[in-house]
Every structure is written in C-alpha cells, then in structure tokens.
Design a protein around this ligand. Structure first.
Ligand SMILES: [Zn+2]
Length: 267
C-alpha cells in the first residue's frame, strides 16, 4: 500500500509543471500533445465554421494579434501563429496551444478600438502561456478517472470523442460541444493581469482595458450575455484589480513606445 501510494505521489509530482510566473500546477498532458490537439481542433473548426472573407477585418485582426505575438517571450514569439476571423455574431475569441487564434466578427462590435481588441487577445494568449487548458483538462481527467493515474497519463485518455469534449471544454470552447465550463477565477485573474502586460508591451493602451470590460457588460445588459463572458466570467472586482496592474502596464507601454512599438491597426 505504501509503495502504491509512493508511486502515485511521484506520478503526480512529475505531472506538475510550472507556469511562466513559477507556480507549480498539475498538468497531466504534455505540451507537445496539447499543441497537437490545439492544431487539430482549429483545423476542425475551420472546416465546420464559416471563415470571414472580409479582408479588412482579417488584416485588422492580424495586425493586433501579431503586434501582441511579437511582444511575447522568445519561445512563443518564434512559433508560427495562425489567426482566423470567423463569421459569427457572438462576441468571442480564443487562443489554442499550437499557436492558433480565432476571433468572431461579433467581437469587433464590442471591442471598439485596437487596444480593446488587444485586451481580449492578450487575455486569451495569457490563458495559453499559463497553460490553463492543460490544468483544466488535468482536473477533469482526475475527476473522471479517480486515482487511475496510469490511465490518466497515457495518451489514449485524451483521444476519442470523450477526449475531444474534455479538450474543447478545457480550452474554453464549451459552446461548440454544448458543455460550458467557465475558467475559474484564479485563471481569469491571471489572464487579465498578464494579458494586460502583453498588450501594453506591444504598445497598446492598457487604460482601454477598462472600457473593453465595460462594453462587455453593456453588451450583456438585457440580451443574452456575450459568449465570451459565459466561459470567461468576471473575477471579483475585475476593473478594480486591473487598476492595480495599471502602473506596471503603463510603464511597459512607455517602454514599448520608446522602442518604436506603436501599432497602427485600422479597419
Ligand atoms: Zn478568460
């Protein structure tokens, strides 16, 4: 029994990995496999969903996306990223491991300026860099398989249709498979904070993040809430917390401008 327990513990420990801020978290899926799954999922979405043929929207979204990507740490900046605009009225966007970004045309009505769009994309990219999808999938796997760790760490457990559903919900794409699983508050706060730093380091105006979240709220008044908010709920006092990170963000923006980073993205 003691030996089994020790084996179990060591498996769990080796299954932990660190986030860019140095926290150890449970991650049962390898980064390579997460990337592979992200790429496959994105490919399926491109086949199943309508891609916008508005080249102005595509250029605009690419301009904002690549400005942020170019401000990421080297290992992420040097990846090959793909950005696709989907013809979809719901206000949503997502980023997947494997360097994929999807933006719905509906988001462009809520995010009124490049810096507001950069707020959402910075947030999404931060979810990927902090490997929140992996952590969510890991928790789901543990919940579903109990202590059958051997199964959990085997590749088969994230393949097949159950695996696909787990992956989609883990990556925040619940609407596509009919299972909404919101990111937890801790993940939302991390994505807000580091997303803000990323967009500011790209030369966007971090103060506009406040207007973006206000617009999201306005869009949810009365009608169905924006799809984004159903999978990315407000952490407590979101705007208050953003203001806590504003000094550092403004400094990053200033540094970016000094380096000549001043993205001019227009639609
Ligand atoms: Zn989020």
């Amino acid at each position: 029994m003691k030996i089994l327990y020790a084996v179990f513990l060591s498996l769990l420990l080796t299954a932990c990995a660190t986030t860019p801020s140095g926290d150890r978290r449970l991650m049962l899926v390898s980064s390579e496999q997460m990337s592979k799954m992200g790429v496959t999922t994105f490919q399926q979405m491109k086949t199943a969903q309508k891609i916008s043929n508005d080249s102005r929207k595509k250029d605009y979204v690419e301009c904002v996306s690549f400005a942020i990507i170019n401000a990421l740490p080297d290992q992420w900046r040097n990846k090959q990223w793909e950005v696709v605009v989907f013809e979809d009225d719901s206000a949503n966007a997502f980023a997947l491991p494997g360097g994929k970004i999807g933006v719905h045309t509906g988001l462009l009505k809520v995010a009124e300026t490049p810096s507001q769009l950069a707020t959402v994309l910075g947030h999404e990219v931060a979810h990927v860099l902090w490997r929140h999808g992996n952590q969510r999938i890991s928790m789901q796997m543990l919940a579903q398989t109990g202590l059958q760790v051997a199964d959990v760490v085997s590749q088969q457990s994230v393949e097949g249709s159950t695996g696909r559903q787990m992956l989609m919900t883990g990556l925040g794409l619940g609407a596509q498979v009919g299972v909404m699983l919101p990111f937890n508050r801790k993940h939302e706060q991390e994505a807000d904070r580091h997303g803000l730093y990323f967009m500011a380091a790209a030369g966007f105006d971090p103060r506009q993040s406040v207007a973006l979240w206000e617009n999201m709220d306005k869009a949810s008044a009365g009608k169905r809430q924006p799809e984004f908010l159903s999978t990315h709920p407000h952490p407590e006092n979101r705007i208050e917390k953003l203001n806590k990170f504003m000094d550092k963000s403004l400094m990053l923006e200033k540094e970016a401008r000094a380096k000549g980073l001043n993205p001019q993205c227009t639609i």
